[in-house]
Design a protein around this ligand. Structure first.
Ligand code: ZN
Length: 173
């Protein structure tokens, strides 16, 4: 929480993206690592988990509440690795995450998308990103999610943990 009456832009920083991309391309699957509670990935605060899906925070959020939703099993194709029923079940979790994030942090719009690369971060996941109210037009859309240009929000780990718990409660976790 900031001091009352003092409005400051959020502090941001540039993570070591070269090291990140190296690890993404050569290291173990990060989603499988989070599912397995691998300590290398313990800074992705887990928001929600059930038998088939997991939701967790982006390690380097460009927006407060930036959440990723993934199937727990290692799948790579956004549609082709799922039956339609499996896909729709997962999208129910995406919907729940988006509504929980929107209710918890406020958003003029929710961005929902799947990106990834077969050369790194192959485990399919959906980005659920709140666009804060009042964000100028030029800072919306890709500019609101691009770590390379926007930088990561400097949020204390305990603040991330409590926000993750509140979003998780809204998801019924
Ligand atoms: Zn995986």
């Amino acid at each position: 929480m900031g001091m009352m009456g003092v409005v400051r832009p959020p502090e941001r920083y540039a993570p070591d993206l070269a090291a990140y991309h190296e690890r993404a391309r050569t290291g173990p699957c990060f989603v499988c690592g989070i599912v397995a509670r691998d300590l290398d990935f313990s800074d992705h605060h887990i928001v929600y988990e059930d038998d088939s899906a997991i939701a967790f925070f982006n390690r380097w959020p460009t927006q407060r509440g930036y959440t990723l939703v993934a199937p727990k099993g290692h799948r790579e194709h956004a549609t082709g690795d799922f039956t339609v029923d499996e896909y729709l079940a997962l999208q129910r979790i995406v919907y729940g995450a988006a509504e929980a994030v929107r209710e918890e942090v406020g958003a003029q719009r929710m961005y929902v998308m799947s990106l990834g690369s077969n050369g790194g971060n192959a485990h399919i996941h959906w980005h659920v990103v709140p666009l804060p109210p009042g964000t100028p037009y030029e800072e919306q859309q890709f500019a609101a999610v691009m770590l390379e240009t926007t930088g990561a929000l400097d949020m204390p780990e305990d603040e991330k943990a409590s926000l993750a718990a509140r979003i998780g409660r809204r998801m019924g976790g």
